[in-house]
Design a protein around this ligand. Structure first.
Ligand code: KE4
Length: 431
């Protein structure tokens, strides 16, 4: 059943004249799945509506922040209340420490935290701090992991295991990635080789402890512990980029789930409840190296914005109120969804594997287990695109890329799950 998209198409034509690609973030242009991106005008709970009135069950959730669903009453009320007192002061406000206390309570590895306005700012600042704290230059990231768009992190994977970075974007001079190493994920020998080759020179290892940005990919058993061990031994800081996994895979993120204490943690998405917030945090002795206390400069006009703090506080308080039950329920529902869709694929004779941690998951169009970028890149992205489009026609909105994670919220019902599985069954039959 194809949808009327007249309004969205004319909105896209107007937007393209004013904004590159008509979008303020590339993935929204549907480049990797094709088709016309619907323009959304409303969200409520698990559902969103586009400008033509089509309703979708939403599994993007603004790319992770909306774990409570769209327009959660408590979050909206908190924002409205805060807005009545003004939108921004550029001065300290009580709610910044309120949100900081909630974050610190959930992450034992964090004693102090600094709020910024995006995940990109959080990781960029954490890397600057790690370089200052260690006096070292080289940073390690992993192929298929994304940590925002700061220059040093836009690298193509090096050809060899320990080949320094090649720019991954136009406009990034090779000098800017000359101190960035991109290694294969879930590959401990590659990390050992890098530490051997660049002994005493590695400032930090930054990792998505559960990857969302090559699709959902889990750390193999012992992998995170191996990273923790070798970085501690070599005086290199371990940065857990929990922008996506923080308060998602557990209240205390992957740190809680895998019982690992990194040196620095970056956060975002859920802690802003849908408004712009990022954060980086760690031991007080490290964080006190950040201006104005220490020599590491970092600043932001809207950092700690009162509306964003209010939305984050309201969100985290909801999660904290019933943290055991909340995450158990999400895990069960997401498990039912993934089991239903993968069974439908099996019955349709379509090669599909799925990875899931709690309420974040990805359906991969490949017959292989996806454990790193190499295996992720064996996916049939054309088939994923056709699946994505057929689901949209059936009123189900998956992230518009094979290499993204999908998210279930507390607002999704059993009915939504059943409708989604039925829609997937029909879509798979069309493939
Ligand atoms: P932002 O600068 O987009 O707030 O955060 C960057 C970032 C950092 N770390 C991780 C683990 C992330 O997933 C992200 C951003 N995630 C993407 C979704 N894969 C944002 C969506 C987009 O780029 O539009």
């Amino acid at each position: 059943m194809s949808r009327n998209l007249d309004q969205s198409r004319s909105l896209q034509k107007r937007a393209e004249k004013l904004i590159p690609g008509g979008v303020n973030s590339p993935v929204r242009a549907f480049g990797s799945v094709g088709g016309d991106p619907p323009f959304l005008v409303r969200g409520q709970g698990a559902h969103v509506w586009d400008a033509d009135g089509n309703r979708y069950i939403d599994y993007v959730g603004s790319w992770g922040p909306l774990i409570l669903g769209h327009a959660a009453p408590e979050v909206i009320e908190a924002i409205v209340q805060a807005a009545r007192n003004g939108t921004s002061f550029g001065a300290s406000t009580p709610t910044e420490a309120d949100l900081a206390a909630l974050v610190i309570d959930a992450f034992p590895a964090i004693e102090k935290v600094r709020f910024v306005s995006s995940g990109t700012e959080a990781t960029m600042s954490a890397i600057r701090l790690a370089r200052a704290a260690t006096g070292r230059k080289i940073i390690v990231k992993f192929e298929g992991c994304y940590h925002g768009h700061s220059d040093a992190l836009l690298v193509k994977a090096g050809s060899g295991v320990a080949t320094l970075g090649i720019p991954g974007s136009a406009g990034v001079p090779e000098e800017f990635v000359a101190f960035t190493l991109a290694l294969p994920y879930n590959d401990v020998p590659a990390v050992v080789a890098a530490f051997d080759k660049f002994k005493g020179q590695l400032a930090c290892v930054i990792v998505e402890p559960v990857v969302g940005n090559m699709g959902c990919v889990l750390p193999t058993p012992g992998y995170l512990a191996a990273l923790r061990l070798i970085t501690a031994r070599e005086g290199t800081l371990l940065i857990f980029d929990e922008v996506m996994t923080g308060f998602r895979v557990a209240f205390g993120g992957a740190s809680e789930l895998y019982n690992i204490k990194p040196d620095l943690t970056t956060l975002g998405k859920i802690i802003g409840g849908g408004l712009p917030v990022g954060a980086y945090g760690g031991p007080a002795k490290l964080m006190d190296m950040v201006a104005p206390v220490g020599p590491v400069y970092q600043a932001g006009t809207l950092s700690g914005n009162p509306l964003a703090m209010a939305a984050g506080i309201a969100t985290l308080c909801q999660l904290k109120a019933n943290r055991q039950g909340f995450y158990k329920q999400l895990d069960e529902m997401a498990g039912n969804l993934v089991a239903g869709v993968t069974l439908a694929a099996k019955e349709a004779g379509i090669a599909m594997t799925a990875n899931r941690v709690g309420s974040m998951f990805t359906f991969f169009f490949t017959d292989r287990q996806v454990t790193d970028w190499q295996s992720a890149s064996t996916c049939d992205t054309v088939k994923f695109g056709r699946f994505h489009g057929a689901l949209l026609d059936a009123g189900v909105w998956l992230p518009p890329s094979q290499f993204e994670a999908a998210f279930l919220s507390a607002a999704h019902t059993q009915g939504d799950i059943e409708d989604t599985i039925a829609a997937a069954r029909e879509a798979l039959a069309l493939l």
